[in-house]
Design a protein around this ligand. Structure first.
Ligand code: ADP
Length: 680
């Protein structure tokens, strides 16, 4: 039977799991899937919209960049650029650049070689070019003296006489470049002659008066004389700054050379490379040094595409390392007459910073695009891979092909927020439902196991009660039959038989009372008739009856009742049964002790009935449990009993609106208190 019930309970759990848990899980899963599918569909739609916006913007950008580049190039091509005077060329192109922010670095290419910016140092400048502006007399005198000086210094090896020749040349009324040239040669000879003081004076004059004049190799005296003078750190730093900001028109080779000498004077960050990389300066693409870097990359990567007519603009893009360049160039009309020339191409690189920060936002506004647009390196996936976001990538074909536009919805955050909230709500609800399901399983399991335990206890109870009924019935029948047979027994023995029959039938009554009361409680039919009365009298009556029984068993009962107790509403049978149960237990668990006490007193509008014994006592951990139905302290399992006595006591007290309390100590006895509320 028990096994069958066990199977049935297991089945209840199984049915619960199959009919509620499993379908709910399936529904949750389907819900999640459909939510995801919806999101995917919305994503796909949004991405195709973003792509459309990106393509529109890319077209606009291509057109605008081309137009602006054409305008800029036409203006630059109209200039008379004389490569013999690079400083002037630079000033002219800087002017164009100021009016056309699209231009980063300008360049001039001749026969595939970069002519501007100056990459290589030109072979010795024409000495004659310096003399050109002089009067014929001065020109002759200066040339004779200078050649004389050079001959004495470099071939004859007579620096002393060379100094004299140079000095006379210097003293002529001539232009600053020639004066500076003579003075620098003089200083060089004085140094060779170990006339340190005089040499220093000469270098100092060069530095103060002719700092921006250049020698025949195109080196400014600020640098040559400046370095001869062993400058202070501040002066070196100043030289470095002048150098990298383009104070002099030098070749890339010269800049590299001087930058390497002055590198230690460079501000932190510049010291690692002779040419700082673009991106480090304030406006890297228009930077003097960045233009050299660009020119070197250009010479490596540029291949002229097909025939070009003067005035026609051509675009070209290339990447070098981690830099990308977009060029626009045109063919300059030949200046040296037909047949003699090689093609000269004039062009510039697009200033990326301006393109990203100015042109792109402008075009975006003009095209009425609300989405967020960022230019990114083509194929650059890092951010997208880390966190999947809604984004369309659109390549730029005709312009800056190494970039692409990353387009995201401007309201992306709002949309993403809403989507995330949906998901959160759904996940929260799912978790809640799962929690409830798990709780259901736990509760069901707990209830089932409790029910099974209770059933087991009930079965035990029935078998124990049947067993307990047998003993008194057997005794009563035995002694009854003995008396009936009418044998001659002495009077005293006969009385003993009667007493046994009476005692056993009392026990039987008491037991049956208990079982019946319990059965009524179980069915919910137990009712108490509460009437206001004298609790003291009712208690005294029960105690009197029980006292004889106690006496017979050798117990001493000490009973006392306080005077003037307030009236209490009570059911006399119920109270009597509760008291008898407590007295029964006191006797049963008294051990060697033979003293039982019953005290009745009033306390704070309550009447308290106390039953005390001096027996085994109850461990603190058991004191709460002993009031449960069928519960018995494991150590007392062998003693007769059913675990019902205290359960009934508590039931009686609850029906009276009172309570039962226990105060006990192992080995010293127990005190049970029935607390009745006094009648108002
Ligand atoms: P039982 O019929 O087994 O006595 P009760 O409900 O009356 O059932 O008591 C429950 C348990 O409480 C008992 O098994 C016993 O161990 C313990 N108990 C009850 N009264 C006393 C007492 N006066 N002294 C010590 N233990 C007690």
């Amino acid at each position: 039977m028990a096994a069958l019930r066990h199977i049935l309970y297991r089945r209840a759990i199984l049915v619960y799991v199959l009919t509620i848990v499993a379908p709910t899980l399936v529904l949750l899963y389907l819900g999640l899937k459909s939510l995801q599918r919806q999101h995917d569909a919305i994503d796909a739609l949004l991405v195709s919209n973003l792509r459309l916006s990106g393509e529109k913007l890319a077209g606009e950008l291509q057109q605008q960049t081309g137009q602006l580049a054409g305008r800029c190039l036409r203006e630059a091509a109209a200039l008379e650029l004389d490569l013999e005077h690079p400083r002037q060329v630079r000033a002219q192109l800087d002017g164009v650049r100021e009016r056309h922010p699209i231009a980063g670095c300008f360049f001039l290419l001749e026969g595939g070689a970069v002519r501007y910016p100056l990459l290589r140092t030109p072979v010795r400048r024409q000495f004659e070019a310096y003399l050109a502006s002089e009067t014929p007399a001065n020109r002759q005198k200066y040339a004779a003296l200078f050649r004389d000086g050079e001959n004495l210094e470099l071939r004859v090896g007579a620096p002393e006489q060379a100094v004299a020749a140079y000095r006379r040349g210097y003293e002529l009324a001539i232009s600053a470049p020639l004066k500076a040239l003579a003075l620098s040669r003089m200083a060089r000879c004085l140094k060779k002659l170990n006339q340190a003081k005089a040499a220093e004076r000469a270098y100092r004059t060069l530095l103060e008066r002719y700092a921006d004049e250049c020698d025949l190799a195109g080196r400014p005296y600020a640098l040559t004389a400046g370095l001869e003078l062993v400058p202070t750190p501040a002066r070196r730093a100043q030289l470095y700054r002048d150098l990298v900001r383009g104070r002099w028109e030098l070749s890339a080779e010269q800049v590299d050379y001087y930058a390497s000498i002055l590198r230690d004077a460079a501000p932190a960050g510049d010291a690692t490379a002779p040419l700082p990389r673009p991106g480090q300066g304030r406006d890297p693409e228009a930077d003097y040094l960045a233009c050299f870097q660009f020119a070197r990359a250009l010479e490596n990567a540029f291949r002229h595409q097909g025939p070009l007519r003067p005035g026609q603009v051509q675009a070209y893009a290339f990447t070098e390392g981690d830099a990308g360049y977009q060029l626009y160039y045109t063919l300059l009309p030949s200046r040296q007459g037909a047949g003699s020339k090689r093609d000269t191409l004039l062009g510039f690189s697009v200033r990326l910073k301006w393109w990203k920060e100015q042109l792109l936002p402008e075009c975006r506004t003009r095209s009425g695009i609300k989405d967020e647009v960022r230019p990114v390196w083509k194929g650059w996936e890092a951010a997208a891979a880390r966190q999947p976001v809604l984004e369309a990538r659109v390549g730029l074909q005709g312009v800056l092909p190494f970039l692409e536009l990353a387009v995201r919805p401007a309201s992306g955050t709002v949309w993403a927020g809403r989507a995330r909230r949906d998901l959160l709500i759904y996940s929260g609800a799912t978790l809640l439902i799962l929690g409830l399901l798990v709780m259901g399983v736990l509760l069901l399991t707990r209830d089932v196991s409790r029910e099974m335990r209770l059933n087991q206890l009930r079965a035990d109870f029935v078998s124990r009660v049947s067993h307990e009924l047998k003993t008194p019935l057997t005794l009563i029948r035995l002694y009854g039959e003995t008396l009936l047979e009418g044998g001659s027994f002495p009077e005293e023995e006969r009385r003993g038989f009667y007493q046994i029959i009476t005692r056993e039938s009392e026990r039987l009554t008491h037991l049956i009372d208990k079982v019946l009361t319990f059965a009524r409680i179980e069915r919910g039919q137990k009712q108490y008739q509460l009437r206001e009365g004298d609790l003291g009298a009712a208690v005294a009556c029960t105690v009197e009856v029980y006292a004889q029984y106690l006496q017979r068993r050798g117990f001493t009962l000490s009973a006392n009742s306080a005077a003037g107790l307030p009236p209490v509403r009570f059911d006399p049978d119920g109270v009597s049964q509760a008291l008898l149960n407590l007295l029964d237990n006191a006797v049963k668990y008294s051990g060697e002790s033979r003293l039982v006490g019953v005290h009745l007193r009033a306390e704070n509008s309550k009447v308290i009935l106390e039953v005390e014994d001096h027996g085994a006592g109850i461990a603190p951990s058991e004191q709460e449990k002993i009031f449960q139905q069928f519960y018995r302290v494991p150590a007392d399992e062998t003693r007769g009993g059913y675990g019902l006595g205290l359960f009934l006591v508590r039931h009686v007290m609850e029906a009276h609106g009172g309570s039962v309390e226990v105060d006990s100590e192992c080995g010293r006895g127990s005190r049970f208190r029935l607390v009745f509320p006094a009648a108002a």
